[in-house]
Design a binder for this molecule. Structure first.
Ligand code: NI
Length: 164
């Protein structure tokens, strides 16, 4: 019985050792660094991230870094990007509906989807999803937004973070 207990203790120790090794291996993929920051700025940051639903500072900081990297990639027009072009227009005005369709047919390869919503008797909302080189997406968005009859337009660009 005593021998059995000894074996059990040994097995338990092995399990604990393996758990520590695994945990350390997982931790080694992450890097820790210290940040010096004024109290006032840190409390503002904490308030902001709590309003946005972050559970800890690390995740909020990682997202901020990723956001900046994506912005940099987009501004340099590097790699493949995805954009949503949101436009509001009066469908009664000039030939805006026909022109919108025509532009979208010109860029069939890049425009992967579009959704049309009738907002009221006059106004329509269209969201167009464009995929391709960032420079090309900007060009398509400019063409759509500058059409006569389009009251308001906005391009939102993002990437998967992968540079080709
Ligand atoms: Ni409509």
């Amino acid at each position: 019985m005593l021998k059995f207990k000894k074996v059990l203790t040994f097995v338990n120790k092995c399990v604990i050792f393996l758990e520590i090794v695994t945990r350390e291996h997982k931790m080694s993929e992450l890097n820790r660094f210290g940040v010096s920051i004024e109290n006032n700025l840190l409390s503002k940051f904490d308030r902001l991230i709590s309003e946005r639903g972050y559970v800890n500072r690390s995740e909020a900081l990682r997202d901020l870094i990723r956001k900046e990297l994506v912005q940099q990639q987009i501004s340099e027009n590097k790699g493949e990007a995805v954009g949503t072009v949101t436009i509001v227009f009066n469908h009664h005005e000039s030939e805006v509906t026909e022109q919108l369709t025509s532009v979208q047919h010109d860029f069939m390869k890049q425009i992967i989807s579009s959704t049309h919503v009738h907002l009221d008797h006059h106004n329509c909302l269209e969201v167009i999803i464009v995929k391709g080189a960032a420079i090309e997406i900007r060009k398509i968005a400019d063409r759509l937004i500058s059409l006569k009859g389009v009251k308001h337009g906005n391009l939102s660009l993002t990437t998967t973070g992968k540079i080709e």
